[in-house]
Design a protein around this ligand. Structure first.
Ligand code: SF4
Ligand code: SF4
Length: 385
């Protein structure tokens, strides 16, 4: 869908908010690596403004992949004194780019598949069937076989009713974390309804596919509106904004952030642990959900548990589809982070973000049993008394 005149004027207006101070540059991973202006947030914002004003074609602006390289980590936005809405600038810029430059076939196939739960389900079944083949074993991550997730009643008198949005890929891979969250929420007195698997359109929006993103968001909004609940919960930092928009007036929370902020949490009785664990915090948890400390707050409630010093707050290279789009760069980004965790030698690595978890599992070779990577809520629920 080509950008409309109102998209272009929105892009120009948003880009105008940038005062070009450069305070975001030291926080941008692509600028730190390339040290060139087009690989910085300020440079990308200038390119966005030039595209909006028709001074440069989007494909020309992206000639060296300056727009494609952006990780969408939003570290720039979190430190910007002018409160520039970089996320929206990126989406509008990529949308303009997509109108000039059709996406690659794998990207189209991915977007088509994740937007269709039955296709995704069949794709996962096929991948599970093919994975034992020797040439695929190390290329495909292990895909769990899942049973449908059922709504859960509150323990005791319900305080209210929540709605869990399972998402698309997360409905398969985050099934154990979703089940753990339901158990914790039930113990905290919440009744939890569960929405059928379905995509929120975030993946499409990050890739500039505004049309499909809007269609999927609308579908999710209709599904949410058909349920009675007080708040919407989800497990994906990268989907936080899209789900929040679909939820409309209903408050939207990432699961760990919601549970960590629950007033009844201190009443939960947890068994002690003698383990030493490392905790990986995703960029979107820091910069979009803005609750970087949620998982740490939860884990520190386990008596005796020791946390390794945190790794540097840098992108691990997962960044949506970057590991497919720029596999070499993605692996380079992953290496210092996976080396950090390997050197820290924890008993277990915990990571709340699915993309980071799969990326780190690949980097650490957890498939071969070197270091297991788990969702913090799964770990926490294993310590419930
Ligand atoms: S989102 Fe991340 S990679 Fe993109 S410009 Fe901002 S800091 Fe740099
Ligand atoms: S995005 Fe914000 S921090 Fe970065 S140059 Fe513009 S005003 Fe400064």
């Amino acid at each position: 869908m080509p950008p409309t005149a109102s998209d272009r004027s929105a892009l120009a207006r948003l880009a105008d908010a940038c005062v070009q101070c450069g305070l975001c540059l030291p926080h941008c991973p692509t600028y730190q690596d390339a040290r060139s202006e087009p690989e910085s947030p300020r440079g990308r914002i200038l390119l966005g403004r030039a595209i909006a004003e028709g001074r440069i074609a989007a494909a020309e602006a992206d000639r060296d992949d300056a727009l494609g390289h952006c990780l969408g980590c939003r570290a720039c936005e979190a430190v910007c004194p002018a409160k520039v809405d970089y996320g929206r600038i990126l989406h509008l810029t990529r949308s303009a780019l997509r109108a000039e430059q059709p996406p690659r076939r794998w990207q189209r196939l991915l977007e088509w598949g994740v937007g269709r739960p039955r296709v995704l389900d069949a794709g996962f079944r096929l991948a599970r069937w093919l994975r034992p083949l020797p040439w695929l074993r190390n290329r495909l991550p292990s895909i769990p076989r899942v049973r449908p997730l059922r709504p859960r009643a509150a323990t005791g008198t319900p305080r209210g009713r929540l709605l869990l949005v399972q998402g698309c890929v997360a409905a398969h891979w985050e099934r154990p974390a979703h089940a753990a969250a339901l158990q914790l929420l039930s113990r905290l007195g919440w009744e939890v309804d569960v929405l059928e698997p379905g995509c929120c359109g975030a993946l499409h929006r990050h890739a500039g596919n505004a049309g499909d993103a809007a269609r999927l968001r609308e579908r999710l909004a209709t599904a949410i509106a058909s349920r009675r609940c007080e708040a919407v919960l989800h497990a994906g930092g990268g989907c936080h904004e899209a789900i929040g928009e679909a939820a409309g007036q209903l408050p939207t929370h990432e699961l760990s952030a919601f549970i960590a902020g629950d007033s009844r949490l201190p009443g939960l009785r947890l068994r002690s642990s003698s383990l030493r664990v490392a905790l990986h915090v995703a960029c979107t948890q820091r910069n979009v959900v803005r609750r970087a400390d949620a998982d740490q707050d939860l884990l520190l409630r386990i008596p005796g548990l020791r946390l390794c010093p945190p790794a540097p707050a840098r992108c691990c290279g997962a960044a949506g589809v970057q590991s497919l789009q720029f596999p070499g760069q993605s692996s380079q980004r992953m290496k210092p982070i996976s080396d950090w965790y390997r050197d820290a030698a924890p008993d277990l690595l915990l990571a709340g973000n699915l993309g980071c978890r799969l990326q780190l599992a690949r980097g650490l070779g957890s498939g071969s049993g070197t270091l297991e990577v788990q969702h913090p809520l799964e770990f926490l629920v294993g310590h419930l008394e």
